[in-house]
Design a protein around this ligand. Structure first.
Ligand SMILES: Cc1ncc(COP(=O)(O)O)c(C=O)c1O
Length: 399
């Protein structure tokens, strides 16, 4: 069948593909530990769900303005203002159907044919595809493994050309869990400012920060003068365990925001109205939100520690990035390759087939020598999964 060139190179999201296969095998009765998904394993906090139910009963079920209700945009802007210590206009906020749509709006609005967009790698699987959909060229830039793959200015200088129009960074990172310090981020922001390159900062995991009491540093923690053209992307999916509600947002200057709204108004219009009601509660009921964030944050930190300790014990030869944020552990398996298994994609298929553990091969993130394991699962499942991996690679076992 002949399709348009718009989607010529389009593949379904690699991470969703693995997770779907694992769910199918589990539904067929196989004993599967699925550590491939990119979502918290917690239910949406009850205070948020209750607000949505009340909203539906009160008739908040109609269209809203495409950019979201003014109440929600103002509640988000209040958070941003508090962080930045300067006034962040609520009209700069666009509420979207998940952070993914904010990224689409930004990439489709800002980049096009002939443009190169640098992507900090390993990257979340969707970025290069969105850049390709916009008919621009994605350019993966890997930082040093010894620096948890975080980009240095030398890395950026080595990759930039006169066609470079954008840079996408994600901190805390999916898949590595690496977190840029404010100083590292500032250097990158200034590099973008000086080169007039758009900086897209995906901070969707900002509140899931294991080391330190505050959320991970982001663009709004930098001095205003260090920022050139930029778009901040965040949302409710990960912080508030609201992946299915589909609420994200972008913050950008007004001229850009107006373009995002025009684009969105022609495609999906507003994010679902009951979900906006739920998100308004998440962003404005500060006391209840703080309790949920603390509870989920403590669980993720505990699991991070458990997985890192168990990996050192059971799989001492596997290099991994000790995550400082998000809920993944990224580890390197090329030391286990042999004649039959020459890449992480095959290694992950073998693991799923032989031991029933679903991980995501690094091909999805730009390097098929690595794999990503989600730690959004119970302590028992995580320990069992590591034992099964150790069994496959012929090592020991943990209780
Ligand atoms: C780095 C990153 N950005 C954005 C998203 C998408 O978030 P949402 O579900 O709000 O669209 C994800 C989801 O996995 C992600 O990992």
């Amino acid at each position: 069948m002949r399709f348009s060139s718009n989607i010529e190179k389009l593949e379904p999201s690699a991470t969703i593909a693995v997770s779907t296969l694992a769910k199918r095998l589990a539904a067929e009765g196989h004993d599967i530990i699925n550590l491939s998904a990119g979502e918290p394993d917690f239910d949406t906090p009850v205070f948020i769900a209750d607000a949505a139910v009340r909203g539906i009963r009160d008739g908040q079920t109609r269209y809203t303005p495409p950019a979201g209700t003014p109440e929600l945009r103002k509640a988000i802007a209040a958070h941003l203002t508090e962080r930045a210590g300067r006034d962040m206009s609520w009209e700069g906020v666009v509420v979207t159907a998940g952070a993914k749509q904010s990224l689409f709006n930004a990439i489709f609005t800002l980049f096009g044919p002939g443009d190169e967009v640098l992507i900090a790698a390993p990257y979340w699987t969707t970025y290069p595809d969105l850049v390709t959909i916009a008919r621009a060229e994605p350019v993966a830039v890997f930082g040093a493994e010894a620096n948890d793959f975080k980009l240095s200015i030398a890395d950026l200088e080595g990759a930039a050309t006169e066609r470079t129009r954008g840079l996408i960074v994600n901190t805390p990172s999916n898949p590595t869990g690496a977190v840029y310090s404010a100083a590292e981020l500032q250097e990158i922001a200034e590099w973008c400012r000086d080169r007039d390159v758009w900086l897209l900062s995906d901070e969707i995991y900002r509140c899931i920060h294991h080391d330190g009491d505050a959320p991970a540093p982001g663009l709004l923690d930098l001095p205003e003068g260090s920022l050139g053209p930029h778009v901040l992307v965040d949302g409710a999916s990960k912080s508030y365990a609201m992946t299915g509600w589909r609420i994200g947002f972008s913050y950008a200057e007004l001229e850009v925001t107006r373009k995002f709204v025009a684009l969105q108004s022609q495609i999906t219009s507003n994010a679902a109205t009951p979900s906006q009601v739920a998100a308004l509660e998440a962003f404005s009921n500060r006391a209840a939100a703080a309790v949920s964030l603390a509870e989920m944050g403590a669980a993720f930190r505990r699991r991070r520690d458990l997985v890192c300790t168990t990996m050192r014990e059971l799989l001492p030869d596997l290099p991994f990035v000790r995550p400082q944020g998000a809920f993944y552990v990224y580890f390197r398996v090329d030391g286990l390759f042999g004649d039959e298994v020459r890449d992480a994609t095959t290694w992950c298929s073998e693991l799923l087939r032989r031991e029933g553990v679903a991980l995501v091969p690094g091909a999805a993130f730009g390097d098929d020598r690595w794999v990503r394991m989600s730690i959004a699962s119970s302590d028992q499942q995580l320990t069992d999964a590591l034992n099964r991996i150790a069994a496959m690679v012929g090592a020991g076992s943990a209780a």
